[in-house]
Design a protein around this ligand. Structure first.
Ligand code: SF4
Length: 230
């Protein structure tokens, strides 16, 4: 019988965190701070808070790079929640088609814009409960907004944070909400947002989904995957 593969792609299911990673979290944070000093915010382009929410919805199952190619034109056409609420859904689908899952995304964006207008008087809510009450907005999207619009501390569990926190051994969970709460216990609160953005930058450059560059990685000695596979 084949073993079930875990998130790191190995036939090994871990049931506990990796102590060297957890105990050395301040060193891990400091290395990331040194290596990614400028990566403290999202790379998604926008001119206002609702546009960031839209860009984050578009980034699901896509990449920031691809979304940033679509949004300059999109955000010229639709600037405010009112503009998106009035959008023709077929036209909006065409406008965002290249980001994938465009039918769902178009529906969610229009309904989300209507929610902002009808429930919050057109103003972006500034807390996780209200943000996650909007159509198409889960905790990851809400946390991107909290960190990048309101300057609040938030752990953003995207595909990179999910993969790397498992490889390091900071969590053994695959559910993003459980990972978020695991990381909230380990990472000091004043580093939640910067840690998330730096891990995302690290995931794009070193700890790649396929073929992570473990031999040249500065976190190798604190990383369970690196210790087990190099
Ligand atoms: Fe990622 Fe490898 Fe570095 Fe671990 S040692 S963080 S798996 S690149």
């Amino acid at each position: 019988m084949k073993n079930k593969k875990n998130i790191t792609g190995k036939n090994h299911i871990h049931t506990a965190v990796f102590e060297p990673a957890v105990k050395n979290i301040s060193k891990i944070i400091s290395i990331l701070n040194q290596e990614y000093p400028d990566d403290t915010h999202t790379s998604l382009k926008r001119k206002n808070s609702f546009q960031l929410l839209v860009a984050t919805i578009l980034s699901a199952q896509s990449t920031d790079k691809l979304v940033n190619k679509v949004t300059p034109h999109l955000f010229e056409k639709y600037r405010s929640p009112e503009d998106f609420a009035r959008a023709d859904i077929i036209q909006l689908q065409e406008d965002i088609r290249s980001t994938g899952f465009f039918r769902n995304k178009a529906r969610n964006i229009i309904n989300c814009a209507k929610d902002i207008i009808n429930k919050f008087g057109g103003k972006m809510p500034d807390n996780i409960e209200d943000l996650t009450s909007l159509h198409g907005v889960g905790r990851k999207t809400a946390n991107v907004v909290l960190a990048n619009v309101f300057g609040k501390q938030a752990i953003i569990v995207d595909t990179h944070v999910k993969r790397i926190s498992n490889r390091l051994g900071l969590t053994v969970n695959s559910d993003p909400v459980k990972i978020e709460f695991d990381l909230m216990k380990i990472i000091p609160e004043n580093s939640w947002s910067s840690f998330s953005h730096r891990i995302i930058a690290f995931g794009r450059t070193i700890c790649l989904a396929k073929n992570p560059k473990c031999p040249i990685c500065s976190l190798l000695k604190y990383c369970r995957y690196g210790q087990e596979n190099t």
